[in-house]
Design a binder for this molecule. Structure first.
Ligand code: FAD
Length: 543
């Protein structure tokens, strides 16, 4: 083991002696090349969004050195990924694949089991392998980021013809985000639903292609998702059943125009009426993108540090007093951002229709880009909804010093009562634990992702503990009323998995049967989504 610097002892994989690990790493270096395997003995530096460490979770919510790998390796192609998997089986060393490792708020690049070997796919497998202009589809490797896909389309002269979907920040992996079922802003904002065809290395090193990819010589791998027989793709998202090495993605043909707009609602209780008015617009796809309904205070964090808000004695934002500040931004108590696609002849009457529908909320106001100043978020939103990457979301990191995010992200029906109940539940718990409720509903065609950001100072251990305890309480509160989360941080995955327990835990029994069949040695991502392989189960790994 190369102790290049005397900075930090290496955390060994479980059940592995130092000499066994040394032998295993020597072998891995022979397989991949000396420079493509590194021990994790470096100092733990949190960095920032542009410099995310591979040594630990940059937004650590446990101890900084809790979720740390023993080493990192960089395979160059699918065959080398299979080689790494077989190596892991021989040595019974857990491995943790990442595409880019910017899963900030959910665990970053860190593995769930200390001492796992991180397999960083993105460094060397980062090509856009194919773009079909006529079918508006592409095939990507793990290291293709939103920003690099965008730039690639510009470079090959298709940037104006084919649009991508970007999340808030474009440094993540198109594949990694979809595999974690992330969300963006255009009609393609449900990223998993817009993938078509996977290439996967299974935990025993076998390589499969899903859907039409199973048919040699097919032209339809990126066009028809199902192929023949059982449809396997679902078991490779938010799971530990395979390492994805190629993924098809559908792109959006330039619709010929776009009309981003915002609607503001003056009172916090307007949430219910606004959501009820939005439901038919979403179910009927009159609003065709993934719009969002954001708390005015949350919107204001884009422009102001916490210290600039009027605060109550308990240190939380005084919402009543803050309203004057929020009104200056033209934001309202809740603000809805949406976009309509197509030429003006189509979007102008649609916009009129939407204004009429949302005007059931008294005091609702409507804005387009021409109505707001140039630094207004609506101008960034206009970019998001046209698939143009922006870094504006980073402005929010100024809110508190050493800001980190932890997300509580329950699913809600598009139902006013449900949304209001969730919003009250979250606000009450968060305020009890000393956090401002900063929520946004991302609205799909049948359900909403209620993404709530816990902003905490990662250098403050007491605040970290409070944030974790608060989310734990919220997960429990939510489960009691039949509400569950769509995604969660590594430290909370056992708890969330435990709430999806219909039929006396039937889902987890199925997950475990699959895990034991596909990964008998338990080498791939033990503990991801609360799924533990046999050799870890019941041994006290659950958090
Ligand atoms: P990775 O970290 O590479 O992977 C994500 C997960 O998938 C990991 O668990 C990893 O183990 C697994 N995985 C990755 N690649 C593979 C593979 N090839 N095979 C098997 N498993 C794999 N998220 C959103 O969805 N939408 C947003 O708008 C958004 N906004 C954010 C704003 C801020 C300020 C912050 C801090 C975070 C935000 N996030 C958002 C969360 C996160 O940053 C993104 O989802 C990001 O894209 C995830 O990181 P990544 O793409 O690098 O994926």
């Amino acid at each position: 083991i190369s102790k290049t610097r005397d900075e930090r002892p290496i955390v060994l994989p479980p059940h592995t002696s130092e000499s066994a690990f040394e032998t295993a790493l020597r072998e891995l270096r022979e397989l991949l090349g000396e420079e493509w395997v590194k021990c994790n003995d470096v100092a733990l530096v949190d960095g920032d969004y542009h410099a995310v460490p591979l040594s630990h979770d940059a937004y650590h919510i446990l101890e900084q050195d809790d979720l740390v790998p023993s080493a990192v390796c960089w395979p160059k192609d699918t065959e080398q990924v299979a080689t790494v998997v077989k190596w892991a089986n021989r040595h019974k060393i857990p491995i943790w694949p990442i595409s880019i490792g910017r899963n900030l708020g959910y665990g970053g690049s860190a593995p769930r089991v200390r001492g796992s070997v991180v397999v960083d796919l993105g460094r060397r497998m980062n090509r856009v392998l194919d773009v079909s202009e006529q079918n508006a589809a592409c095939l990507v490797e793990p290291g293709v980021q939103y920003i690099t896909l965008y730039e690639h389309l510009q470079e090959i002269g298709l940037g104006n013809k084919l649009w991508i979907d970007v999340p808030d920040l474009p440094g993540g992996s198109v594949m990694g985000n979809a595999l974690d079922r992330g969300v963006g802003y255009t009609p393609h904002g449900d990223h998993w639903s817009q993938h078509c065809g996977l290439e996967v290395v299974l935990p025993d090193g076998d390589i499969v292609r899903t859907g039409m990819g199973a048919l040699p010589g097919t032209d339809c791998w990126q066009l028809f998702p199902y192929g023949f027989g059982p449809y396997h793709d679902g078991i490779f998202s938010q799971s530990n059943y395979g390492i994805v090495t190629k993924m098809g993605v559908w792109l959006m043909p330039n619709p010929g125009g776009i009309r981003p707009f915002m609607a503001t609602f003056p009172r916090e209780e307007d949430l219910a009426a606004a959501v009820d008015a939005l439901r038919p617009l979403m179910v009927q796809k009159i609003v065709g993108n993934v719009p969002c309904l954001r708390l005015g205070v949350q919107d204001a964090t884009m422009y102001h540090k916490k210290t600039e808000f009027p605060l109550r004695e308990n240190g939380l934002i005084d919402r009543k007093k803050a309203q004057t500040m929020i009104d200056k931004l033209g934001t309202g108590a809740w603000v809805f951002y949406g976009a309509l696609y197509g030429p003006d002849e189509i979007t102008a009457p649609k916009f009129d229709y939407i204004k009429k529908a949302l005007s059931v909320v008294s005091g609702a106001k409507f804005y387009e880009r021409k109505d707001v100043p140039s630094n207004h978020y609506l101008n960034d939103y206009a970019k998001f909804t046209a698939g143009i990457p922006t870094w504006r979301e980073l402005d929010r990191m100024q809110f508190i010093p050493n800001a980190s995010h932890l997300f509580f992200a329950p699913i809600s029906a598009i139902d006013g009562k449900d949304a209001l109940r969730q919003s009250h539940m979250c606000r009450n718990r968060m305020e009890e634990y000393g956090f401002d409720y900063l929520g946004t509903f991302f609205i799909g065609h049948r359900a909403m992702h209620h993404v709530i950001s816990f902003m905490y100072d990662k250098t403050d251990p007491e605040m970290k503990k409070r944030a974790l305890s608060c989310i734990r309480a919220l997960i429990e509160d939510a489960a009691k009323i039949g509400v569950g989360e769509y995604r969660t941080h590594l430290a909370l995955q056992d708890q969330v998995a435990g709430t999806y327990n219909w039929g006396d835990g039937a889902t987890m029994r199925l997950n475990e049967k699959l895990k034991d069949a596909l990964d008998p040695n338990g080498i791939l991502q033990p503990g991801r989504s609360g799924i533990w392989p046999k050799r870890y189960r019941g041994q006290g790994w659950e958090l």
